[in-house]
Design a protein around this ligand. Structure first.
Ligand code: FEO
Ligand code: CA
Ligand code: CA
Ligand code: CA
Length: 629
């Protein structure tokens, strides 16, 4: 998926119209309808049957002939990156590294200023993709948020104290675009490239689609409701075959606050967690638009997927309201056989939903696709316990809401109105590159079976969310009817239930494709490589104790979608999350994100000694220089 623009027309056609294949998944579904298997005994309260895939039921001995090109890496608590024998890694770039030679080098004491941060890579890199044109390549990467204790570590309480601190924080958010060039065996960032660009919380953008210009989006600074400053909390990403980058606004609520304590927070705000207190960013201290008591419509202008042309540094980013407003994780895009663009979208909050967008117009391989994401139909998933499911269109008729514009702003409320299935925090979706099948990481949900979501929807145990108080997470996959991603019907199963089989002998021990050697918790990033391998990145508990004993630091694993086998490929440094994954154009280098190492003060990654820990992108290669996915 991440290198669509590199495919030949033949390969692209094959990708769009995969040849029919009989896979394990087919065989499993055929039998699953009549006889559903329970792996380990003692399933969590209320779950009478687990829709586990047959792949997960393949005995481990049968997995002996594996497609993995590496030996498994052991769990680790070291403050470094560990890769298999025969592989090597180094740092490509890190938070605070200048993109232009007039930028100041990272200052370990001050951790930079607004001025230096505007000329440097942002903090907390997350989703990323490589884009190519005329033999040049750029890496676009999200800078999701800032580690406030670290960014403001020069202040007494590690808190922002003045306008420059706020401006520095805003400049550390957004997206960093950088040209990459071959360098030795790998790649290097090209300083001063005319393609380098920083997009921040202050970059002008256009609001497009059904909600653009609606009263809910109008503010004192923008009476048109079509122009907005900035993007922030950009989590996962998407990539289109027409060469644009999709950056997904996730926890946007945490930046707003109210100066007036008597401000009455509307229910529509509460559903999104917008309230009178921010999460410590204090942006309203220096920028009034983050004060909801004064500018109550400003939060309605965030929570979207933003489309960026990363190869045109002067292009204006476009917020795509047609893809809905929620805590967007990533945007997994496929072109259906009909030519319609289908984008799968997760809303990462406990008990929120899984969505898909289907474009109104069709992709034209040699045509102008620039506005394909401007209009279409938004659907939300309803999973049935019998391993079938349906996408329900969100329209004024189905939701009872006044207009499509309103549905695109109050999307969570619209999905609740149609009775969508509350999920265990949908993180990344990845679509299989060779067949019509998609996977979603459901990272965890301690409230499953205990508490409703923020809209009051019940979160019963069952279906794709089979365990109460789910601290481990699972990966669920589905296959659209007739191999057509625009179809409203689908079948589904659970690809893996994460767990700890050493600590638990029941469903919390995980599915049978989990063992003491490959166990993990909280799957988050998901991506397919060009060979059809599924890569899993984790954002979980790294205590290495209790329920998480033996799991070590966060990690990245590879999975075989045909057999269900999973093998650990990499372990990150202390207190990090592994997030963001893409490949160089020659597929001999893999770029992997290390986010927030030392978020609790326990790491000096990547530079060691007494240095400030910094989020970074590492590049991984095989010693023999062969393709890595
Ligand atoms: Fe930014 Fe849901 O992860
Ligand atoms: Ca994530
Ligand atoms: Ca996560
Ligand atoms: Ca994160």
């Amino acid at each position: 998926m991440s290198d669509l623009q590199d495919l030949s027309f033949d390969d692209f056609d094959k990708w769009r119209r995969p040849p029919p294949t009989i896979t394990d998944f087919d065989r499993v579904l055929a039998t699953a309808m009549s006889r559903r298997g329970v792996l380990r005994a003692g399933v969590g309260a209320g779950a009478t049957a687990l829709a586990l895939s047959g792949s997960a039921m393949v005995p481990l001995a049968a997995m002996a002939s594996s497609r993995f090109a590496f030996e498994a890496v052991r769990a680790s608590t070291l403050d470094t990156v560990t890769v298999p024998d025969g592989y090597q890694w180094d740092v490509l770039t890190r938070w605070g590294d200048p993109l232009w030679s007039d930028g100041a080098a990272f200052d370990q004491q001050s951790r930079g200023t607004a001025a230096s941060q505007r000329r440097a890579v942002g903090d907390n890199n997350d989703g990323m993709g490589v884009f190519s044109k005329d033999g040049r390549h750029v890496l676009a990467v999200n800078n999701e948020y800032v580690n406030r204790d670290i960014l403001h570590g020069n202040r007494a309480d590690n808190k922002p104290v003045n306008a420059d601190d706020v401006a520095k924080s805003k400049a550390a958010h957004g997206v960093s675009v950088m040209e990459i060039v071959p360098d030795g065996d790998g790649w290097a960032v090209q300083l001063d490239s005319d393609l380098n660009r920083r997009i921040t919380a202050d970059t002008p953008m256009q609001l497009t689609g059904p909600a653009a210009g609606h009263d809910l989006l109008k503010t004192a600074a923008d009476p048109s409701g079509t122009k907005v400053l900035g993007t922030f909390n950009n989590c996962g990403y998407g990539q289109t075959p027409w060469g644009t980058y999709l950056t997904c606004e996730e926890n946007f609520n945490g930046y707003f606050s109210a100066s007036d304590d008597t401000f009455d927070v509307p229910d529509d705000f509460k559903r999104y967690g917008i309230g009178k207190k921010d999460r410590g960013y204090a942006w309203a201290m220096a920028d009034e638009r983050f004060d909801i008591a004064k500018h109550p419509n400003e939060p309605n202008r965030f929570g979207y997927v933003v489309e960026i042309d990363p190869l045109n540094p002067t292009s204006m980013p476009k917020k795509r309201t047609a893809l809905g407003r929620f805590k967007h994780e990533n945007a997994a895009l496929v072109i259906a056989e009909s030519g319609h663009v289908v984008v799968y979208l997760g809303d990462d909050e406990r008990g929120e939903f899984l969505y898909k967008f289907v474009s109104r117009d069709r992709y034209q391989p040699a045509g102008d696709n620039a506005e394909l994401l401007a209009d279409g139909t938004l659907y939300v998933a309803k999973f049935n316990d019998d391993q079938t499911g349906r996408w329900i269109a969100l329209t004024p008729e189905t939701t009872g809401m006044a207009s499509k514009a309103e549905i695109c702003v109050h999307t969570r409320q619209a999905a609740s109105a149609v009775g969508a299935t509350t999920m265990d925090r949908p993180e990344w979706v990845a679509a299989h590159p060779m067949r019509a099948e998609a996977y979603v990481a459901l990272t965890n949900n301690k409230n499953r079976g205990k508490k409703p979501n923020k809209g009051g929807d019940a979160t019963p145990v069952g279906g794709p969310n089979p365990r109460a108080e789910n601290n481990y997470g699972q990966i669920v996959r589905w296959r659209p009817a007739d191999g057509d991603h625009t179809d409203v019907a689908f079948t589904w199963d659970i690809f893996v239930l994460a767990g700890n089989p050493v600590v638990h002998k029941d469903a919390y021990g995980g599915s049978k494709n989990i063992n003491a050697e490959n166990m993990f918790n909280s799957p988050d990033g998901l991506a397919f490589d060009s060979l059809g391998n599924l890569w899993i990145q984790t954002d979980g508990k790294y205590s290495n104790e209790g329920d998480f004993a033996g799991q070590g630091n966060n990690q990245m694993l590879q999975a075989d979608p045909d057999t269900g086998e999973i093998r650990r490929f990499m372990v990150g440094p202390k207190e990090c999350e592994i997030t963001g994954l893409c490949w160089a154009p020659d597929k001999r280098t893999m770029f992997v994100g290390i986010q927030h190492p030392g978020e609790k003060g326990g790491s000096h990654f990547p530079d060691g000694g007494n240095s400030v820990p910094r989020s970074c992108i590492v590049q991984i290669r095989r010693d023999d220089g062969k393709v890595i996915g």
